[in-house]
Ligand binder design. Structure first.
Ligand code: AMP
Ligand code: MG
Length: 602
C-alpha cells in the first residue's frame, strides 16, 4: 500500500502499545495501573509531587475536564497523517475528549509520567520528570510502521510537578504546537504536535493571569539525557543499565540496526567492534551532531538547551524561549534570562557537546569497564568500579569521550557545510567551503545586519549568469528593502559589499561548481530556503489575535504556512486578509519586532 492510498484510521482502530511501561520498572509505590486507580481514591498523596526513587515512571491519569468548556483550536494534518489517523477524526466528540485528557485507552495502555533529572544552566537540578506531560499510549502507524509515544502536555499534576500546577498556558502551547510542525516541515528532527485545545473559561497564574491550554504531542521517544543523568547522580546502577538496554533495544532497535543505519548514512564502519553501550553513546552523539548542524543552518535556537531538554534521538524538543534568527547576529540568545549567552546561536554546538559529555559520564561505567561481565555482579551494582581499577577506568572513559568528541565535531562539520552548501545552491561541497564561501556569507550578513532567511531566499532568484544578470544598481531593491536599523552601514555601502561578494565570491564558487544555470539553481534553492519562517514576531501576533481578538483562522493559516514553507504564494485573492497577512509574514521584519526574546515562564 502506498502512502497516497492510506486514508488513516480512527482513534480506536489505531494500534496501541505500552512498551515503555511494560519493559521498564514502575515506581514501587504505584507498581500497577490498578494501584494507581486505587491511590487516586484512597491515597492521593502518592500521585502528588514527591521524590520518586526506584522506578522510571509513575502510572497516573490526566485530570478530567468539562468538554463544554474547552475548544479544539487547531489540528496538524501532517501529524495526523504521520500518526496514522484519518483527518476527519478531528470532528468527532471522541477526538476532542482525547485531546483534553478525558479519553484514555486504559486497556491498551495505562497513562504514565516519566522520571528524569537534568543539568540546568550548568548546575545539577535534581529530580525533574514529566511535571505536566502524561503519556497516553504508543501508537503505531500501520502504513509506515513508525511508533509514536503520544502524550498530553498541560493535563494536570504528576509526582514530578514539584511546586507547579501541571498546566500549560495558551501562549506557550501555541508556540510549541506551531514550532514542532514548522521544524518538521524544514526536515529538522523534532518532536511533533498533533493538536491544541483551549480552556474557554479557565486561567492559570504565571507572571500574569493567562488562558490555559493542552497540547497533544508525539515523538518516537521522549527519553532525554536527563533520563540517564538522574540514575548516575543517585548511583542507581541497575536502573541505569535497564534504561540503557531499553534504549538500545526498543528505541534504536538493537545494535545491528544502529550499525546498519550508520552505514547507510555514510559513517562506514565507524561503529564496528564497539560494545553496545559505546554504540548507544555514539548513536546519540551522531544524531545530536546532525540536528545541531541543521538548526545552525536554519538559524534556529532553543533557548533552554539543558540536559533535560536534550533528546536521546537528537530531536529538537521542549520548546520554551526559542527563536529563528531575524537579522544575523551570532551572539543572539532567544532566552531573556540567559545573561551569559549560554544558549546563543554561537554557543549552541559547544553546549550540545557539553550535554553529551554529561551523557558520556552517565554511561562511562557501562562502556569503559574492563570486563563487561562485572556489570552483572552485586559488587558492581552496589559499589561501582573498585578503587584498584579506578584510575585505569577513568583514563579509558576519558579517552572514549574524547574520541566521541572528535566524532561529534566531524559529524557536525560535515552536516553544517552540507546544509549551508544546499542553502547556497551548490551541488558539491568542498572541504574549503566552511572557511570559504560559508564563512564569507555569514560575515556579510553579520556586518550588514541582513535577514538570515530572506537573504538566502533572495539569493536564489538573483541572476548571475544570464544576459539580464544583476547589476550593482539592482542590489538594494532585492536585498535591502527593509528599514535600516541604527548603527548599520549605509544602504550604499551595504549594496556595494553585497555586490562585491556576489561577483567575487559567490559567482566564482558557482562557476567552480558548474552551477551556471540560474533557473536550475533557483529551483534547487527554493526547495531548501523557506519563504515562510515562524518568527517570534509572527507568533506574538498569532497569540494576540487568538487570545485577545478571538481570531481562530489565523492559527490554521499560520500552521498552513509553516507546513508549506517553501511555496512562493499560498493565497491568490489579493483582496483577502489572508493574502495581506502572507505578504506581511513573509516580508521584511519590522525593525522594532526583530530579535524578540522570551522568558522561561510557560
Ligand atoms: P522546562 O523548563 O519547561 O523544560 O521544565 C523543567 C521541568 O519543570 C520539567 O520537569 C517540567 O515538567 C517542569 N514544569 C515546568 N512547568 C511546569 C508546570 N506548570 N507544572 C508542573 N511542572 C512543570
Ligand atoms: Mg523540559
Amino acid at each position: 500500500m502506498t502512502e497516497g492510498q492510506f486514508a488513516g484510521l480512527s482513534l480506536e482502530d489505531l494500534p496501541k502499545s505500552h512498551s515503555f511501561t511494560s519493559k521498564l520498572p514502575a515506581d514501587p509505590e504505584v507498581p500497577t495501573p490498578e494501584s494507581s486507580t486505587i491511590a487516586a481514591n484512597e491515597n492521593p498523596k502518592l500521585l502528588l509531587p514527591r521524590i520518586v526513587k526506584d522506578g522510571l515512571f509513575v502510572y497516573i491519569k490526566p485530570d478530567l475536564h468539562d468538554l463544554a468548556k474547552t475548544e479544539l483550536l487547531a489540528v496538524s494534518p501532517a501529524a495526523m497523517r504521520d500518526l496514522g489517523l484519518k483527518m476527519n477524526e478531528k470532528d468527532r466528540e471522541e477526538f476532542k475528549e482525547f485531546a483534553v485528557g478525558n479519553r484514555i485507552f486504559e486497556k491498551e495502555s495505562y497513562p504514565w509520567a516519566a522520571l528524569y533529572g537534568g543539568w540546568q544552566f550548568g548546575d545539577w537540578a535534581g529530580q525533574l520528570g514529566d511535571g505536566r506531560a502524561i503519556g497516553i499510549f504508543e501508537g503505531t502507524n500501520p502504513n509506515t510502521g513508525v511508533v509514536y509515544e503520544v502524550q498530553l502536555k498541560g493535563a494536570g499534576r504528576t509526582p514530578f510537578s514539584r511546586f507547579a500546577d501541571g498546566r500549560a498556558v495558551l501562549r506557550s502551547s501555541i508556540r510549541e504546537f506551531l514550532v514542532s510542525e514548522a521544524l518538521n516541515a524544514l526536515s529538522i528532527p523534532t518532536t511533533r504536535a498533533l493538536c491544541l485545545s483551549y480552556f474557554t473559561n479557565e486561567k492559570v497564574l504565571r507572571e500574569r493571569i493567562e488562558p490555559r491550554a493542552i497540547v497533544v504531542r508525539m515523538a518516537e521517544s521522549w527519553l532525554r539525557i536527563g533520563s540517564f543523568d538522574i540514575h548516575r547522580v543517585r548511583q542507581q546502577r541497575k536502573l541505569l543499565i535497564t534504561l540503557a538496554d531499553y534504549c538500545i533495544e526498543e528505541v534504536f532497535g538493537g545494535v545491528e540496526m544502529i550499525q546498519k543505519a550508520a552505514k547507510m548514512n555514510g559513517y562506514g564502519d565507524a561503529y564496528e567492534g564497539l560494545n553496545p553501550y559505546r554504540t548507544l553513546y555514539k548513536e546519540v552523539v551522531r544524531r545530536t551532531a546532525e540536528t545541531t548542524a541543521l538548526v545552525q543552518v536554519y538559524g534556529f535556537m532553543n533557548g533552554v538547551l539543558n540536559t533535560d531538554n536534550t533528546s536521546i534521538l537528537g530531536l529538537s524538543m521542549d520548546f520554551g524561549p526559542f527563536s529563528f534568527m531575524d537579522t544575523y547576529d551570532p551572539s543572539f540568545t532567544p532566552n531573556h534570562d540567559d545573561h551569559f549567552l549560554r544558549y546563543s546561536y554561537r554557543n549552541t554546538p559547544t553546549i550540545m557537546w557539553w550535554n553529551l559529555v554529561r551523557l558520556g559520564e552517565d554511561l562511562a561505567e557501562l562502556f569503559a569497564v574492563d570486563d563487561p561481565e562485572y556489570l552483572g555482579t552485586d559488587e558492581y551494582l552496589s559499589s561501582g568500579i573498585p578503587e584498584s581499577k579506578f584510575e585505569d577506568f577513568v583514563s579509558r572513559a576519558e579517552k572514549i569521550i574524547e574520541d566521541e568528541g572528535e566524532f561529534y565535531k566531524s559529524v557536525f562539520e560535515k552536516h553544517y557545510a552540507a546544509g549551508f552548501a544546499r542553502r547556497l545552491g551548490l551541488t558539491v561541497v568542498k572541504d574549503t567551503d566552511s572557511n570559504g564561501i560559508i564563512d564569507s556569507v555569514l560575515e556579510l550578513m553579520k556586518v550588514h545586519k541582513l535577514d538570515f532567511h530572506r537573504f538566502f531566499r533572495h539569493l536564489g532568484s538573483v541572476k548571475l549568469f544570464s544576459a539580464d544578470a544583476i547589476t550593482a544598481d539592482g542590489i538594494a531593491a532585492v536585498f535591502l528593502t527593509g528599514e535600516r536599523s541604527i548603527g548599520v552601514p549605509s544602504t550604499e555601502d551595504s549594496a556595494e559589499s553585497i555586490y562585491k561578494w556576489l561577483i567575487e565570491k559567490y559567482r566564482a564558487r558557482l562557476e567552480e561548481d558548474g552551477s551556471t544555470d540560474d533557473e536550475a539553481r533557483k529551483s534547487r534553492m527554493n526547495k531548501v530556503n523557506p519563504k515562510f519562517v515562524l518568527r517570534n514576531w509572527i507568533l506574538e501576533e498569532v497569540i494576540e489575535r487568538v487570545e485577545k481578538r478571538g481570531d481562530r483562522k489565523v492559527l490554521d493559516h499560520v500552521l498552513h504556512l509553516a507546513l508549506n514553507p517553501f511555496e512562493d504564494e499560498w493565497t491568490v485573492d489579493e483582496e483577502s486578509e489572508r493574502y495581506r497577512d502572507e505578504k506581511r509574514f513573509t516580508g521584511d521584519v519590522p525593525v522594532e519586532r526583530q530579535g524578540i526574546m522570551c522568558s522561561c515562564s510557560s
